[in-house]
Design a protein around this ligand. Sequence first.
Ligand code: FAD
Length: 513
Amino acid sequence: LIMMSILLSMVCQSKPLTNSLYHKLLSLPIADNLHVDSESIGAASVDFGLIIRETPVAVLRPSCPKDIATLIAFTYNESSIPLTISARGCSHSVQGQAMARDGVVVDMASLGNRWFRTTVSWSWSLGHYADVGGQQLWIDVLDETLKHGVAPVSWTDYLYLTVGGTLSNAGISGETFRYGPQISNVYEMDVITGTGDFLTCSPNKYPELFYSVLGGLGQFGIITRARIALGQAPKRAKWVKMLYSDFSAFTKDQERLISHHGRDQDEALDYVEGLLLMRRNTDSWISFFSFSDHQRLISLVTEHELLYCIEVAKFYDGRTQSTVDKDLEMILKDLSHDPEFMFEKDVAYVDFLNRVRVNELKLRRQGLWNVPHPWLNLFVPKSRIADFNVGVFKNIVLKNNITTGLVLIYPMNNDKWDDRMSAVIPDEDVFYTVGFLHSSGFEEWQEFDLQNKEVLLFCEDNGIKVKQYLPNYSTEREWMEHFGPKWRTFKESKALFDPKMLLSPGQRIFNRN
Ligand code: FAD
């Protein structure tokens, strides 16, 4: 404790924390779990984006949820304490959203598997469901649920994200059109609010807290447990990619594939995504294709400049491969892709879900994972996606010719989202997610940042009402516009559950220091 006191006082010298505050922090029963060494502080000052750096005064490594409640209750009850608190999942945010300048970062990973290791249960009303820790990675949830022959139904592309982190945003992927985002598949949560209260919430119990927290950008409480929906786990995935040079044929087919009208189970796909293929980002879409196919594609892209690729999957289990092939043939038969450029794979379900990991490991080996990520993720209304194609893909992205990394584009159904939740989407039955997943050198991220701003400006000037996913704003006006009619409820919930505005300051919504 003496060592900690010296270290904490050294760190605090340049910070607005008073001597009395850190002595009080040290007198808390969680003092042993507060870390101020440079390694802990350094790790909590950066994120996957490697663009923003905010230094906290301490990192809490809780050994149980009560440690988090103790920290929050102390901060809440001590008047005039300039301390904020941020839960940090894996810090896979890209704009400092999980940081807390001069505050305390709660390193959720330290809860490990001691708290709410995934438990699978069954009830008449819910069928199979799992209770999972807010700190858990989706890959661990998958591993555990598969032991029972079941799995969550809605995913993210990448599974090394935490449950609490994705539920604070939405959690989207190619399954969203059918099952909704991950936030639409939650039955109940344990949340420690900004007053240090530990509440179990659901649509029937503290519904304001339940709906506010889902998509709530960490503003109302720290999720320590979530009860999530499960379905029977398939064993394999039939995975197909199809190429288009014509944008309207591409979007028409994507929209057709996500419309479930008149489709029974066998006729529906499980996963629909899409991406942009350009000469400059060939590396990011190479892994799916064989060497010779990839060469063919590169020459095709060189000829067309811009191609669009629909990516679909159908999961299966008991049925034979030929039955799935027939189902798929029926589903894809009237599409307008070029049949010469249709590529198929049959892979284990787990390998399909964990597909991004292969790329991650490859990029890590090449030293290209821990680099800046000036990402921009948007939801674009269906009615303006053609204008977006011309104005953004053709006139900005192709012209600037700097875009490396994946560019995702795929549609979702509005009716799979719950408007009572905090997450914000366009007001149309169908909307697209467009993700510019740039990676850049340490010196060049500003170039991408400028392009992102150009894209947003184009949308604003042309009245394309996009919503940012994983939003990044800094003024109240921007946040008001982002939330639109939900802003009032969002603010009221903040006043109710985090009245002193302690939580997730890195989102820069209420606590813009
Ligand atoms: P963090 O970045 O650590 O935290 C995000 C926010 O949530 C912060 O404000 C933080 O304070 C808050 N928070 C964290 N834990 C909790 C908690 N337990 N309770 C309350 N608040 C909490 N997203 C998708 O939807 N779909 C994808 O396919 C997808 N793919 C991705 C691929 C990669 C390679 C990366 C880096 C990110 C991807 N994301 C995707 C984005 C991801 O969902 C967000 O980064 C999200 O924030 C989850 O990351 P995290 O668990 O590390 O949370």
